[in-house]
Ligand binder design. Sequence first.
Ligand SMILES: [Zn+2]
Length: 283
Amino acid sequence: MDRDRKFISGVAPPMERLEAAWWFAFKESKLLIYQEPSSVSLPFFIDFGELGVTPLSEHYLGRLDDRPCYAVEVAEGTIPPSGMTFEGLRQVYGRLDENLFWIAARAVQIVDWDRTHQFCGRCGVQMRTMTTERAKECPQCGLLHFPRLAPAIIVLVERGNKLLLARSRHFPSGMYSVIAGFVESGESLEEAVVRELNEEVGVDVKNIRYFGSQSWPFPHSLMIGFTATYAGGEISLEDSEIEDAGWFTADHLPRIPDKISIARKLIDWYLEEQGKSPSNHAI
Ligand SMILES: [Zn+2]
């Protein structure tokens, strides 16, 4: 599971279709995969039609290790070819090559954007897909649509040898995570960190530091991770989507998110800082 293979994004497909390509085919948000006992793989053909399935739309994504990659959308009633199945991206994480997984995470967003931006939001005419960049243009009024991206902050707050974890009503049973929330229009990332912590748990922070970022294709977020230090306030869950929150030591953690998420990377980073092995908490 390495990510050392090279992906170069692009929008203009090769002039001629002469070489095998990776095909990321989606029915709604489910990916068409070959189901094997301990792993999954993807179609790798010159033409997607070799599977006997006619796509509704096709989008060139770029090249992985100099092989073309395409996203396609197939009709809702499509029956998977023999030996194949449609599965949600979360379910294939860890079983599909990691490079292919993150290209699939792009592909699902492009397909969704294409499906939901067929007509101009201003004048209602059919949009035209541009060939020079990932965008759609209205032929009548010139309005441009780009793939949607919703930035969200996610922050690990340290207080001495404890970290802040909280439980959303929507989480699986018993799971806690770090605080996250969408950035509002007109807000900086740091302002979003401060506001979310105030709104959700009533806690103030200082020393807000960038940690890293991650595409989160459920459905089209960009998670921007931070660490911060507790600066005041007691946990209060009024007006909150959080049903429980608390300060946890590395030795007494509840169930935490799985390894796909930047939330887990933040928590694993904290455990390492505390001299604990993240692998003790593997799920
Ligand atoms: Zn228009």
